[in-house]
Design a protein around this ligand. Structure first.
Ligand code: ATP
Ligand code: K
Ligand code: MG
Length: 702
């Protein structure tokens, strides 16, 4: 199996692989460690990653970026609405209320879901890993922001499926960073934990994680975030500043021109980076719009001035992380800053003031997430031996189960009797399984929902499960145990429903019973009416050990075969379950997307090979022409040389005219045609080199 970690950034992606000697961040085809998260749709193929970034300026409207902002979100999401305003490509509302991305591809208007586009990018990253490992990559860990909703997490899994990847763990980016920080430390305390605050400021968001480290383990104490505070916001502030300035000074409105906007934004990003190390930065763009060259300058003071609305928001997640961890400033022993967006000096200033100590940069700020992901993958992989290190992850949201009360079931119009209970409170360990007991007389449904949507831009309801049909033997309300799972990826689902029936059976020993159904009776005196219907029975992670009732044995009897005294036993029967996850792709749609991706990848490969073959013809022409006037000169008779040179010229002209856009086979044939003439010349030259003899112009040995 492959051991690979992916940091899928809103701007930059990194791939780390585990080798026996350690973790390496690998280079892409262009020898960069960072791969831009861009897909550029072309006339004949897609350009992804660095190639995509290179095509963006030529083809801004068909260059899709910032996909992390779009996956798993409703079109009406106000954050998405704000984001798409500054995106140069078209995003519209699909029939399901989710965004569709439009691009011209292969000369046609095409629409793609954000999940599909993310799949394209992941496939590209998978290819980078495969080239470096020289092996197929399927198993992996992918970093995700801690604030990703259930739906966003599902979208990442679907994107991974489209890319042919199988994530063993979608790990929170800051947790991956904390893991990469702690696993190599040999001086971690035995008892009192070392508390470290990790702050990641990326392209579009800021995340904070406070973790307590002890020898051999880390415990996440809290997560906090601002979903819309990152490096790009500074670019945008500069962009708006210069756009207004140029409108006045040069009478140009860059907002009306996708290419000019893109160029100005890129220039503003550069200005921001220069200002991280210098007090002043110039901005010059030739021919920005209407053939006008523009000039400007920005001082760091002024930059910080126009960035105040952004900088003011940095403190909030810090305060929240501290409060949720139940720590005071003095309890935070170390502050580590990562993410390239944190290079803005004003951010460091705020962090220093807040924590009363200088934040440190002991980690590789751009690589730590991918390294942590690869480490986590190595931990989960049976093929790797990794230092013993436990990660206790904490879930950032509170999840409830909601249902209509059983009391109303009997009465007419009791729809209002909506009840709910928190199944996984905020801070719950990941992964975890819990069981609830319901007493029902017929098919019923439960909703999985966020307990508190104030921190989220998402509808409260995640999914609905219909449980049934089932038959109670006595015709009364049946007792059902419903198991809910919070997976390693931070996705919640109802996993199984089991009908529990007590029966009188002959059994000799009683000890068999003690291990099951401690929840046999609902708490009758409970003030909360909900508890009549549902009762939490096990809460620790894996208390149920996550062992689902096996599907092929729908009826399980907890009885002993030996005869004995009559005893109450419980018969367990699996109850059918149907699931609706709001906004999630259906399995068939994912499968269709897998097929489409395969087709597009094939088209890309054919085009790449065609380009390679065309290039081979072109370089043969140049190379042979040079050699004919140089080292091959004396190995071909003059008249033949002249003819060959003319032929080469003819092919060169053809490459720029009729042969510009040919199929792979045509280029292969053309190269063969040339080689038929050139190869004998080359052979005579080689033979003479080997023999060290002089050969006359006719190619005969003297
Ligand atoms: P996210 O984590 O939000 O998904 P990402 O991981 O792609 O995004 P990073 O690569 O960590 O983001 O950071 C990218 C941001 O860092 C960009 O906005 C970029 O302009 C900014 N950045 C890079 N270098 C510097 C610098 N020297 N000074 C200021 N900002 C910088
Ligand atoms: K990154
Ligand atoms: Mg990042």
């Amino acid at each position: 199996m492959s051991v690979v970690g992916f940091d899928f950034g809103n701007e930059n992606c990194l791939v780390a692989v585990a080798r026996q000697r350690g973790i390496d961040v690998v280079l892409n085809d262009e020898s960069n460690r960072e791969t831009p998260a861009i897909v550029c749709f072309g006339e004949k193929q897609r350009f992804i990653g660095t190639a995509g970034a290179a095509s963006t300026m030529m083809n801004p409207k068909n260059s899709i970026s910032q996909i992390k902002r779009l996956v798993g979100r409703q079109f009406s999401d106000p954050e998405l609405q704000r984001d798409i305003k500054s995106m140069p490509f078209s995003v519209t509302e699909g029939p399901d209320g989710y965004p569709l991305i439009h691009a011209n591809y292969l000369g046609e208007k095409r629409a793609f879901t954000p999940t599909q586009v993310m799949g394209m990018m992941l496939a590209n990253l998978k290819g980078i890993a495969e080239k470096n490992l020289n092996a197929a990559v399927v198993d992996c860990c992918i970093g995700i922001p801690v604030y990703f909703t259930d739906l966003q997490r599902r979208a990442v899994l679907d994107a991974a499926t489209i890319a042919g990847l199988h994530p063993l763990h979608l790990i929170h980016e800051t947790t991956a960073t904390a893991l990469a920080y702690g696993i190599y430390k040999t001086d971690l305390p035995e008892s009192e934990p070392l508390n470290v605050a990790f702050i990641d400021v990326g392209h579009s968001s800021m995340q904070v994680c406070i973790a307590g480290f002890k020898k051999g383990q880390l415990k996440v104490l809290s997560h906090a975030f601002d979903r819309s505070l990152g490096g790009r916001d500074f670019d945008e502030a500069l962009f708006n500043h210069f756009a207004a300035k140029f409108k006045e000074e040069y009478k140009i409105d860059v907002y009306q021109n996708a290419k000019a906007s893109l160029r100005l934004r890129a220039a503003c990003e550069k200005v921001k980076k220069v200002l991280s190390a210098n007090p002043v930065a110039p901005l010059n763009i030739e021919c920005l719009m209407d053939e006008k060259d523009v000039r400007g300058v920005m001082k760091r003071d002024e930059f910080e001035e126009i960035s105040i609305p952004i900088l003011e928001r940095v403190k909030r997640p810090l305060e929240k992380a501290l409060a949720d961890a139940g720590l005071g400033i003095e309890d935070v022993h170390m502050v580590e800053v990562v993410g390239s967006g944190s290079r803005v000096p004003a951010i460091i200033k705020i962090l220093t003031e807040f924590f009363g100590k200088e934040p440190r940069r002991t980690m590789n700020a751009s690589e730590c997430v991918s390294r942590g992901c690869a480490l986590q993958c190595a931990i989960l992989s049976p093929t790797f031996k990794v230092r013993e290190f436990q990660v206790h992850e904490s879930f950032p949201f509170s999840i409830s189960l909601a249902w209509k009360g059983a009391a109303s079931e009997a009465q007419n119009g009791g729809a209002e009797n909506q009840q709910s209970t928190v199944v996984f409170p905020k801070g719950n360990t990941i992964p975890s399984v819990k069981a609830l007991t319901f007493y029902r007389s017929g098919t019923f449904s439960v909703d999985v929902q966020y307990s508190d949507v104030s921190e989220l831009q998402a509808p409260a309801k995640i999914s609905t499960y219909t449980i049934g049909p089932f038959q109670s033997s006595k015709g009364e309300r049946a007792k059902l145990k419903v198991k809910v799972r919070l997976t390693l990826h931070g996705i919640v689902s109802v996993e199984s429903a089991t009908l529990l029936e007590e029966e009188e059976v002959e059994v000799p020993v009683a000890e068999e019973f003690t291990k099951m159904d401690t929840d046999a009776t609902p708490a009758s005196g409970d003030a909360d009416a909900d508890m009549q219907d549902a009762k939490e029975t096990s809460d620790a992670a894996g208390a149920d050990n996550g062992v689902p009732e096996s599907a092929d044995k729908p009826v399980q009897m907890e009885t002993d075969s030996k005869a004995g005294a009559p005893k109450k036993k419980v018969k367990k029967t699996n109850v059918p379950l149907s699931e609706i996850v709001y906004g999630a792709l259906q399995t068939v749609d994912v499968q269709k997307a897998v097929e489409k991706e395969y087709e597009m990848a094939l088209q890309d490969r054919v085009m790449e090979e065609t380009k390679d073959k065309k290039n081979a013809v072109e370089s043969y022409v140049y190379d042979m022409r040079n050699k004919l006037s140089d080292k091959f000169h004396d190995y071909i008779i003059d008249s033949e040389r002249e003819a060959f040179l003319a032929k080469l010229q003819e092919v060169e002209d053809w490459l720029y005219e009729d042969g510009e856009d040919e199929t792979k086979g045509v280029y292969v044939a053309k190269l063969e045609e040339l080689k038929k003439v050139g190869d004998p010349v080359e052979m005579r030259f080689k033979e003479s080199q080997e023999r060290g003899t002089v050969i006359n112009q006719l190619g005969y040995c003297i």
